[in-house]
Design a protein around this ligand. Structure first.
Ligand code: PMP
Length: 437
């Protein structure tokens, strides 16, 4: 039997009607554009809507597309695997996930034995890391940052500080520390890491049992609005949390796979060696996969009980993951993120010099943001201007993302094959958008 045509109906209205009728309200809510877009096709950093308009995807389909939409190498690897054997649970052995585990372990800091537990998503990996930290330490309390985002499952939500993403009924035992935001953090502009590290100590003393299971830190915060950790913060946080019996857990779901331009993993910028690393998104370049990579001894106690993710280590997603790592290596993807990201950052700074609505420009590699304010002195966040610029950009076929606790930042996390010519178009488009406010 040949399969039925994937789609015969591409009109926005018909798709919208089906969504309205058959998606739960929770799945329909997060549509940031005024008018919906139906995407039909993707190739590398570009997308095409159902009317044939071409867009530059600065959102990387929510940071999932690390090396390019429908990247031919990744698609070919996944297709070959799917045709041979689409799924093989971890009850049985299969070489593809075993190879990927070895390759991921090899990307971790030397001097430790690293092991991998595959999941299907970032939040499942976060949940697993929570359980792993609690099993290993015997402690319950966790720390996270106020503007953190760690995922939609109930436990990952409990670690998510941003209130707009928190729903009723989350599990507890999480204390939040202030994010070391160098633009609008509680200790003022460019306060560095030190006062925020003291705050971790104070929080442990005042808001926890004093016995910590672990601290989760996004090496660069994504939904928080691209908040970089200042020098010394990640290593200092690891010291403090370890002194309280806990583990340091790096969430690399957005910042990993060379996106920061300098290192494969964001935590490497601070020389810290995490106990557990959580990853997803870019690993599959759009195929669903997540992973917890942990020091061997830390993962061991969990084996006293069963833990089984039905689709974990799915060979098709793992074949995609192996191809992603190959492309990152062979196509010098990280190096491109550095060159093109630096060029884009320089252009964003020029825009800040020209347009008073921009309060801050930040990030590194291809993980960048601009934040809009009503007044540069008061730094009052300006969500309305952010939305207006966002819509103007859409009209110019640039897909960005609004983010941050005040929805006042525009986040840029494109596929890492973005080029210098794209940078020209993006900077020109943003300039026009700000000029037409
Ligand atoms: N951690 C971070 C830093 C994320 O950005 C996300 C997803 N946006 C997650 C965890 C959760 O990943 P997923 O949506 O795949 O469950």
């Amino acid at each position: 039997m040949t399969h039925q045509p994937l789609n015969t109906e591409w009109s926005t209205e018909a798709t919208a009607a089906r969504r309205d009728n058959y998606y739960a309200a929770s799945q329909r809510k997060f549509v940031p554009f005024k008018d919906p877009i139906v995407f039909q096709k993707g190739s590398m950093q570009y997308l095409w809507d159902a009317e044939g308009n071409k867009y530059t995807d600065l959102l990387g389909m929510n940071v999932c597309i690390s090396v390019g939409h429908s990247h031919p190498t990744v698609v070919a690897a996944a297709m070959e695997q799917a045709q041979q054997l689409t799924h093989c649970t971890t009850m049985f052995y299969h070489p593809t996930p075993a190879h990927l585990a070895e390759e991921l372990a090899a990307t971790m800091p030397k001097g430790h034995e690293w092991v991998v537990h595959f999941t299907n998503s970032g939040s499942e990996a976060v949940d697993l890391a929570m359980t792993m930290a609690r099993s290993y330490t015997g402690n319950l309390d966790l720390l996270a940052l106020r503007t953190a985002y760690h995922g939609p499952t109930a436990s990952a939500q409990s670690l998510t500080g941003i209130s707009g993403w928190r729903h009723p009924g989350m599990p507890g035992n999480v204390a939040f520390v202030a994010e070391p935001n160098q633009y609008r953090g509680i200790f003022g502009e460019n306060a560095g890491a030190a006062p925020y590290l003291d705050e971790i100590d104070q929080t442990i003393r005042t808001a926890t049992t004093g016995q910590i299971a672990g601290m989760f830190v996004e090496s660069v915060q994504g939904y928080g609005g691209i908040i970089e950790m200042p020098k010394g913060y990640m290593s200092g946080a690891a010291e403090r949390v370890r002194a309280a019996g806990g583990l340091y857990i790096a969430d690399e779901v957005q910042s990993g796979f060379g996106r920061t331009g300098d290192h494969m993993w964001g935590f490497e910028a601070d020389g810290v060696v995490p106990d557990i690393v959580v990853m997803a998104k870019g690993l599959g370049n759009g195929f669903p996969i997540g992973a917890v990579v942990a020091k061997k001894e830390i993962a061991a106690p969990m084996a006293e009980k069963f833990m089984f993710h039905t689709y974990g280590a799915n060979p098709t997603s793992c074949a995609a993951g192996r191809a992603v790592l190959q492309v990152i290596r062979e196509d010098k993807v990280m190096e491109n993120a550095k060159t093109v990201g630096s060029a884009l950052l320089a252009r964003l700074h020029e825009l800040k010099d020209k347009h008073a609505a921009i309060g801050d420009v930040r990030g590194r590699g291809l993980m960048l943001a601009i934040e809009m304010v009503k007044d540069r002195k008061t730094k009052e966040p300006d969500a309305a201007t952010t939305s207006a610029v966002f819509e103007h950009c859409r009209a110019q076929r640039l897909i960005l993302s609004k983010s941050g606790p005040f929805q006042s930042s525009l986040r840029m996390v494109p596929p890492m094959c973005l080029t210098l010519e794209d940078v020209d178009r993006v900077a020109g488009g943003l300039d026009q958008a700000f000029s037409s406010l």
